[in-house]
Design a protein around this ligand. Structure first.
Ligand code: ZN
Length: 282
């Protein structure tokens, strides 16, 4: 949704609410949030009751947006400015909301991205795998084995999506384990010369590598795609001035989501995510 469409949606609180409601309902229908039954009727106080399991609930109960008490138009504004990559500090200035409120909202958006981006589709064909190191002190050792840095493993399908994961330590086991979960067997996996990647050959893949100390590409053997993602993510994460270690996976998944949707508007998807139920374990 571009700025003009957005403008008409946030013109009044009522319109904003109506817009959110569209995303909360499933194909226009209210379903019981306890048992999923569509046999639901309205009771006073803008609440619903399920005919099947007798459960009573109100609009948006159990969703991400319910975790923060701000108006519907304010929520939509935060999502729009988040889409446009504005910092929480600037959003709070623009919307006259407190910084902690906006920070909480943007963190809820990130959590909803993680909860909703469990993509079960395999990466396949020609894929590139690589690792990168984020955060920590800038001085000292860089790259593999660097202290205070968070190791991340990434796999990218050429002309397709990227999937990234924070890892404890990059070992042959983690490489194999994560690749098997993500990439269809029989695919070609390109990597650099790091010995940990040699294990891929034994996990059902055709493995080809390039020695970066000598050159960056040899015919189709290169990992420029996944390296492009690392610079995309690092360039954006730098403005957060050191995200804490426990929040980092959420910021990383935000980058994965942005990158995979970089050719389209993500506003509608984000609205849908925050209107979705918070999973039980969170
Ligand atoms: Zn029910």
């Amino acid at each position: 949704m571009n700025i003009f469409g957005f403008h008409s949606v946030v013109k009044s609180e009522k319109r904003a609410q109506r817009h959110l409601r569209k995303f909360w309902r499933k194909n226009g229908r209210v379903l019981c949030i306890n048992c999923g039954s569509p046999k639901v009727y309205q009771i006073p106080g803008q609440r619903y009751r399920c005919r099947r399991c007798k459960y009573r609930f109100s609009e948006f109960s159990g969703t991400w947006i319910r975790k923060l008490k701000i108006g519907s138009a304010q929520w939509l504004w935060i999502i729009k400015l988040f889409e446009l990559e504005m910092s929480a500090r600037k959003i709070s200035q623009q919307l006259d909301l407190s910084y902690p409120t906006v920070l909480k909202a943007t963190n809820l958006i990130r959590q909803s991205i993680v909860a909703n981006s469990k993509d079960r589709n395999w990466l396949q064909g020609e894929v590139e795998a690589d690792d990168a190191y984020f955060g920590g002190k800038r001085k000292g050792k860089r790259g593999r084995g660097a202290r205070n840095k968070i190791p991340v493993f990434g796999i990218l399908e050429r002309d397709g999506k990227v999937k990234v994961e924070v890892v404890e330590r990059l070992t042959a086991e983690t490489i194999c384990g994560l690749t098997v979960k993500t990439v269809r067997r029989g695919s070609i996996v390109y990597t650099d010369k790091y010995h940990g990647y040699d294990s891929l050959m034994f996990c059902g893949y055709r493995h080809l590598n390039i020695d970066h100390s000598k050159r960056f590409a040899s015919g189709k053997v290169y990992i420029n795609g996944v390296e492009g993602f690392w610079s995309y993510a690092k360039e954006r994460l730098i403005k957060f001035h050191g995200v804490s270690k426990n929040k980092f996976p959420f910021y990383l998944k935000e980058m994965e989501f942005r990158y995979n949707n970089r050719h389209r508007s993500i506003f509608e998807k984000l609205v849908k995510f925050v209107c979705s139920p918070v999973p039980n374990h969170l």
